[in-house]
Design a protein around this ligand. Structure first.
Ligand code: AMP
Length: 288
């Protein structure tokens, strides 16, 4: 495990000089099956695979769960070793953000202020600053992100293209528990009862997907169905339910292009998010 940024960069440079490509999987640790799927894919597709572990204080608001965020470095290192990760970079806050050094702080723009950005002011500014720093430390690489955090994936992709960073961003599908709950480090904060009820996020998204598959084109109908499902769950408090265009992340009224449904809900012990790409309508069969 590496703490030092220069040592991490040297390890990546050595591999690239030897002719291989580098993969990076940025994480905040407390690794679960979602992270595992990203790491397996990164490892299968590249000669050298690095995982970063850093709980980024800049992306947590003052009233959020930074202090309670699950951390288990020994368990994370064991997972990385088992998966054959070549380098784990777990910087200290000082190594990540060296005092007195003015690091780039990319602008998230308007999409950074809606949905997750509206509920968590400053969140995406913190995310992009950290991700930019990770990319800079690693150098040219392919970076793997989960679709679970779709708005983050969208903004990271845009940052990379606007700043022409030497990084290829790969989005990977959401890994779910058997009941549909998306794997998340925050699931560990839930009580048994909350965990059971947390399935309402996926149920809501599945209902929206069914409506879209059945030909419903009015996003408001999907939003109402999702809000009803989450609203009927005793321990869940709906934060938002919406439908966005997949290529712009702007909220849409008519589902007339590739679209994604997104939900966020607060439980007493944690706030959870999830999303699902909406299927296109099933063509009507003759006689129906
Ligand atoms: P985090 O440690 O929560 O910052 O997540 C690190 C990376 O893992 C991000 O790119 C997430 O989108 C991704 N990730 C988190 N949960 C899942 C999941 N259930 N399935 C796939 N990827 C995930």
């Amino acid at each position: 495990m590496i703490r030092d940024a220069a040592e991490f960069r040297a390890a990546a440079d050595d591999r690239r000089e030897a002719g291989g490509t580098a993969a990076l999987v940025p994480t905040m640790g407390a690794l679960h099956e979602g992270h595992v799927s990203l790491i397996r894919r990164a490892r299968a597709e590249h000669a050298w695979c690095a995982v970063s572990i850093f709980v980024n204080p800049l992306q947590f608001g003052p009233d959020e769960d930074l202090g309670r965020y699950p951390r288990d470095e020994p368990a994370d290192l064991a997972v990385c070793e088992r998966l054959g990760v070549d380098a784990v970079w777990a910087p200290t806050a000082q190594e990540m953000y060296p005092p007195g050094v003015l690091l780039p702080s990319p602008e998230p723009g308007p999409i950074g202020d809606v949905l997750e950005g509206a509920s968590r002011p400053g969140h995406f500014r913190g995310v992009l600053k950290a991700v930019h720093r990770l990319f800079d430390a690693c150098g040219p690489c392919t970076a793997y992100f989960g679709e679970k955090d779709a708005q983050q994936l969208f903004l990271v992709r845009r940052m990379v293209s606007e700043e022409r960073l030497p990084v290829t961003v790969v989005g990977s599908p959401t890994v779910r528990e058997p009941g549909g709950l998306a794997c998340s480090s925050r699931n560990a904060q839930l009580s048994a009862k909350e965990r059971e009820q947390a399935a309402c996020l996926f149920l809501a998204l599945t209902e929206a997907a069914e409506l879209a598959r059945g030909g419903e084109r009015d996003a408001a109908v999907l939003v109402a169905a999702m809000a009803r499902e989450i609203g009927a769950t005793a321990l869940a408090h709906l934060d938002y339910a919406t439908v966005v265009a997949d290529d712009t992340f702007e909220e849409i009224r008519a589902i007339d292009r590739p679209a994604r449904a997104l939900v966020a809900a607060r439980f007493p012990s944690a706030r959870l998010i999830d999303n699902l790409r909406l299927p296109s309508a099933k063509p009507a069969t003759a006689g129906s």
